[in-house]
Design a protein around this ligand. Structure first.
Ligand code: 13P
Length: 256
């Protein structure tokens, strides 16, 4: 990755951890994640956010939501407003995860509205894009990813584009143990950057962090981070244990 972009390691806890377990994990991470490394953020389930915020307050680890609605408030049963996340001290929110898209019908238009609302509320959206196995096998990867990026940022200014984080998460690599080859992950992250350059400008695109996600493990992180367009990781399974997530977050120490 470029030295101009600070590496970002994000953990998506998905639908795991009770409040007690979340406190324990947050505390262990506080102890194990080395200072002075990449920026680190954890995204626990909404039910554990308050507790995790209490545990991580004053530490170098940030916390964020896994999803949110774009309305400020109102009759939206089951949803969480951007201001509710910031109220808990969140600074990030994952938007458009493939599980939201495929299991809960989240559209590109909804992803765009959510990401825009995140920015308007001072949250950094981590916008997820990526192709399914069928799309990859049909050689549609590039097209799918480019269209997802274009639609997520539809009508945005360069100033807005500058504030987002993208995550390239090939759906076939999520939770399967099949990591995307680092060369290929880098190629697609580069494609996302080219798309950002066309939507905004090259300088803006060069400043945006693009993460790779999909079966990231302590053993794969250093090789991945050595690629020029990969600026970090969005970690699922391996972020549920303090040792493995800390090993990923401390990859620079591991690599030495
Ligand atoms: P895994 O690391 O379990 O493959 O999950 C990746 C992911 O979906 C992170 O958002």
């Amino acid at each position: 990755m470029s030295t101009a972009r600070r590496p970002l390691i994000a953990g998506n806890w998905k639908m795991h951890k009770t409040v007690a377990e979340a406190r324990q994990l947050a505390n262990a991470l506080r102890a194990k994640v080395a200072a002075g490394g990449p920026e680190v953020v954890v995204c626990p389930p909404a039910t554990a956010l308050f507790a995790v915020a209490e545990e991580l307050k004053g530490s170098a680890i940030a916390w964020g939501g896994q999803n949110m609605d774009w309305h400020a408030k109102g009759a939206f049963t089951g949803e969480i407003a951007p201001g509710m996340l910031t109220d808990l001290g969140c600074t990030f929110v994952i938007v458009g995860h493939s599980e939201r898209r495929t299991l809960f019908g989240e559209t590109d238009e909804a992803v765009c509205q959510k990401a825009e609302a995140a920015l308007a509320n001072g949250l950094t959206p981590i916008i997820c894009v990526g192709e399914t196995l069928e799309q990859r096998e049909a050689a549609l990867t590039d097209n799918v990813v480019i269209v997802q990026v274009q639609r997520a940022l539809h009508g945005w200014t360069a100033e807005q584009v500058a504030k987002v984080v993208f995550a390239y998460e090939p759906v076939w690599a999520i939770g399967t143990g099949k990591t995307c080859e680092s060369q290929e992950a880098d190629r697609v992250c580069g494609l996302i950057r080219d798309t950002l350059a066309r939507l905004a400008d090259q300088a803006t695109a060069d400043g945006v962090r693009i993460l790779y996600g999909g079966s990231v493990k302590p053993e794969t992180i250093a090789e991945q981070m050595a690629k020029p367009h990969v600026d970090g990781a969005l970690v699922g399974g391996a972020c549920l244990e303090a040792d493995s997530f800390a090993a990923i977050a401390n990859y620079q120490a591991v690599a030495r």
